[in-house]
Design a protein around this ligand. Sequence first.
Ligand code: NAP
Length: 260
Amino acid sequence: MRRFTIETRGDDYSRRLQEEISDRLCGLDFVCDPDSPELVITIGGDGTFLRAIHRQFSRLNEVAFVGIHTGTLGFFTDYSKDDLEEFYRDVSTKEAQIQKVPLMKITTYNGTKLNDYFAVNEMRVENVKQTQLIDVRIDNEFFETFRGTGMCVSSQAGSTAYNRSAGGAILHEGLDFLQLTEITGIHHQAYRSLGSPLIIKKDGVIRLESHDFEKAILCYDHLYTEMIGVKAIECRACTKSIRFAHYKKIPYLQRLKSLF
Ligand code: NAP
């Protein structure tokens, strides 16, 4: 993979690193090609990596991603800003191991299908204006009626992100399941829902229905859309995947330990 581009968090420090890394790679026979890169290098954090994936969405089969973190280790990033010499050596001398990570597909309906969205981490339905009612169906079977701020459906990769803040479980690397987590659910004598995270098999479908999603927003990774006219949302793992370029193996628990 010799054609590369660099995506940064956009701050002065990561832009300076971008110039330094670009110059160095060009001196190692790499070619900077922002239009059709084979390797996308991100400089920033997991958030920067997420944004780079969405920007390359139409070319996901053709690009692989490798991240340099400007802070701690990260879940998507394999190098830190202090490992640059190792990074240059690895990308110029080693064959990358490609890890495919499936995306989650989110489909909205209003009787008929409205739109598809794709997420790496999660999708959330959130309503901070009023109590949101959501009927939850799993694999087309009615499960519960939820009342509260909203619900989050996350992937394995997203289990350490918003899901973790919402009290969800962290899924170890390789456990490709979907996880449904409540966002401040109401639980008292009149209303009750499961109240704990629910993990379902990867070919399962989680369907969230409501007669009124008008004041809610649908968030997917760092992106969001209004829900005007939406009556149902389905989440499932999909066949599209992201290609991570790994030049070294970092144990999952090492990444996890660097988080807290
Ligand atoms: P952002 O500023 O890009 O990211 C918010 C934080 O989430 C950052 O610290 C980021 O790490 C971290 N993060 C992103 N993906 C992660 C992952 N897979 N595992 C562990 N940490 C992860 O925020 P944004 O633009 O609003 O949304 C991007 C993502 O951030 C969302 O998909 C959501 O999961 C997460 N988020 C979390 C919360 C929360 O926990 N309460 C709130 C909003 C958003 P870096 O510092 O390394 O970039």
